[in-house]
Design a protein around this ligand. Sequence first.
Ligand SMILES: C[S@@+](CC[C@H](N)C(=O)[O-])C[C@H]1O[C@@H](n2cnc3c(N)ncnc32)[C@H](O)[C@@H]1O
Length: 299
Amino acid sequence: MNPKHSSNSCNTDTSRRSPPTGSSALPPTGTKMLSTGFKALPWNPLSCGPRLPFHPMFAFRVFGLIVMVTGWALGSIATAQEKQDADKSSKASEPRGLTKYMGRRIASPMGYQHMDWLSRPERIQEENPQEMLDQLKLKDGMVVCDLGSGDGYHTLQMAPKVGPTGKVVAVDIQPQMLQELSRRMAANKIVNIDTILGDLWDPKLQAESIDLVLMVDVYHEFSHPVQMLSAIRKALKPTGRIALVEFRAEDPTVLIRPEHKMSKVQILKEYQDNGFRVASEYDKLPWQHLMFMEKDDTK
Ligand SMILES: C[S@@+](CC[C@H](N)C(=O)[O-])C[C@H]1O[C@@H](n2cnc3c(N)ncnc32)[C@H](O)[C@@H]1O
């Protein structure tokens, strides 16, 4: 079959369009004009077959662009996937948190958004913080850890009591709490406080560096009580103690939600199981237990 008469043959009819005048407007020898007005190249796989409403080079460029964009998109997806996998693997190495421990429901940590609650005026009446601090019998040169310091309600009061040769180490898991504490330290020109951003399972304290660990309304929030008590044990000096302050679960007149309260029986069960024993107790705070714990090396 003569290709010129085939319905599929190339359209080489140039008669219906007048080329622009002037020799520079004329196509080079061997170039034919398509009826659309685009030039047909001497050899062009796209110049045969159905008519194209655009120049074949345009199609090449679009195709190239699609390849580039697809490559970029696939690359981005792969990078996001790698990041997700890395996040997953770092989470996989974290110890699993608990929602219940030895029959007790663990409370969620108090969010920094509510830090104003820590300075509520009623606190003085409900907790008598001055009396609690007096019971700690702080002395010059002591190293005290305010574990779960929040915004530093107790930290700032303890710092002057240990003097310039002592210090308070404030640990919290929420940077916003520590930022507020740092702001207050600067405002009050207090320099003997170190802040540590801890992990849920690790307060990141130096071994055998602490005389007293104070925990006020904190322990019941620990999602990793076993790891935390083990870390505290290591951080305490041989004569070091814990001062544990928790709202009394035995007392219905203490108007605090149940998961934020603890009974003495429960406290003893959990602490004894983790290598501590009661050194002394103070039962005269308005709403809270104050129990001093020491390491029990027989365990
Ligand atoms: C109810 S607030 C008490 C703050 C402070 N002790 C006070 O009495 O004003 C409890 C604090 O414990 C912190 N916390 C909870 N789990 C913790 C953990 N594993 N290590 C350190 N801090 C923790 C929370 O972020 C929160 O700031």
